[in-house]
Design a protein around this ligand. Sequence first.
Ligand code: SAH
Length: 347
Amino acid sequence: MNSDHQIVDSLQKEQTISLEDFRFLLETQDKELIEYLAACARKTTTAIYDNHVYIRGLIEFTNICKNDCFYCGIRKSNANAQRYRLTKDNILACCKTGYALGFRTFVLQGGEDAYFTDTLVCDIVSSIKKQHPDCAITLSIGEKTRESYQKYFNAGADRYLLRHETASEAHYQLLHPAELSFKNRMRCLRDLKDIGYQTGCGFMVGSPHQTLETLYEDIQFIQQFHPEMVGIGPFIPHKDTPFAEKSAGTLEQTLRLLSIIRLVHPHVLLPATTALGTIHPQGREMGILHGANVVMPNLSPTQVREKYMLYNNKISTGVESAERLDDLKHRMESIGYQVVVMRGDYK
Ligand code: SAH
């Protein structure tokens, strides 16, 4: 037996890892050990969630944003972005289509667009709930006041995704303009959890200025915050952003981090993200094989999909599109997993 297995065994048993072991697992070239890490993560996932893959219908309902995050293709300064927003009726139609396909969670994601007032967001949430009472609604619309989060929750929103982006305050400021603060991002996450949302944080792998130490802080943050969901995917540059010339995060690092996150937080709902699918045609399957248990196919109307361009070449029409759910099911079956028609709540 490989003596380095004990690093993974101890991670699995203690659900924690030292900086030294973390560095070792991210840097090792030992194929057998890398596969062992993935196998332990898979086993941990299936012990809790069986071989089930939860699906979420992703509706990207506006790409209008008041923020100017350096990495993001829909930042306000990008004059090349063709802006759009969906109407309430468009969104309800997406949900109807999605419901018929078997989706029982809808994720409403967008830029921070003032057109969507609290009243309108609540109206959309409660209308979806009325038409589909057996479905969960996830919001991912950025930083709001506690009062706003409470209103959406009262209207029926179940979950909220707000990636922390990085657990290092200094790194956070290198990814965002001065008007965005780490403290407010953290305040938002605490409020969301306090209110009772199933809350998701997360980060990009290989974002500019990220280091092994900041990544380790991300892992520690996940251990402390204990979110119900964690979204990670490779950073991919967007041509019209200040980070256009930066290099992308890698498949390998993302997969290893998925496995490590699974082992430090066994119950977490962990998606194999669109960004992972974008850097490799089998990224989604590989994510599942490294401990992920969620995929989020795109349910937005096809004509707007290419406008929600967070990064170069973001995929939206292949197997990640909700209409091609059968392909996704077959792909998951081919690796021994089953796409299920369920809300897929945190266990
Ligand atoms: N406005 C919402 C939704 C943001 S888009 C919010 O603030 O939460 C969702 C996620 O996409 C972001 O949190 C970010 O981590 C990721 N993202 C943005 N630009 C990206 C890029 N260039 N490469 C990879 N992921 C990116």
